[in-house]
Design a protein around this ligand. Sequence first.
Ligand code: ATP
Length: 232
Amino acid sequence: MGNTLLTIENVSKVYGKTCVLEPIELSMKKSEIIALCGGNGAGKSTIIKMVTGLTRPTTGSILINNLDWNKNRIEYAKQLGYMPDDFHFQQPLSVVEYLLFYASLKKAEKHVKQTLDIVGLTEKSDQLITKLSKGMRQRLLLAQAIVSKPALVLLDEPTNGLDPHWVDSFTEILLSLKQNGQGILFSTHNLSVAEKVADRVLFLKNGAIKEELNFEKDVPRDLSKFYKEVFI
Ligand SMILES: Nc1ncnc2c1ncn2[C@@H]1O[C@H](COP(=O)(O)OP(=O)(O)OP(=O)(O)O)[C@@H](O)[C@H]1O
């Protein structure tokens, strides 16, 4: 259990009469990066939202650092940072005010300046968040997810809207989080990002994990070829 960060056991999700996620099992180590890939509606966001605690699983259990959301939500929440796939900023806050607010929830105000620097938003600190471009919004959402240096970083489609420079920087940011001992579970349609950073890639289809590639076991990193052969 010592090196285990996340344990997902027999977790499924049913909405009404529709099963959108078959029971899955996943054990993730500290410092591990896992990418969830698969077509639209495959179940990637559902998994991530269940790990955050925002959506409850229909069956099964999820533990982060051996903590159970059902038993201690506050300690559970402290373990994670979450970047949603879409978020519409409505509050009349500046970039730095927004990040300070989220940082204060986790007593991480001292990391705000450094985090704005990491995501390249220092110069935009005083800009209203409602006036940010899509890519800048994404970078602010990433900042919000990593500012408290959580043990587990959950990112839903983090590279959506990022320009090529920031896609590259994003991969570097993830690798530096890994170096810090943080684990990352993220969903992506960007197979080259998954290839570059992930230790493991899980391929989902119709609410089930169909394939898993473990790069630690020397699988060649050509996901687009693999994806075409298996999924199209
Ligand atoms: N609140 C909900 N009520 C009913 N069905 C839902 C709800 N949220 C998601 N679903 C369904 O669950 C399935 C999986 O959705 P999910 O958002 O997890 O897919 P995804 O793999 O993240 O897709 P995408 O790549 O399009 O973001 C879809 O069929 C979706 O319609």
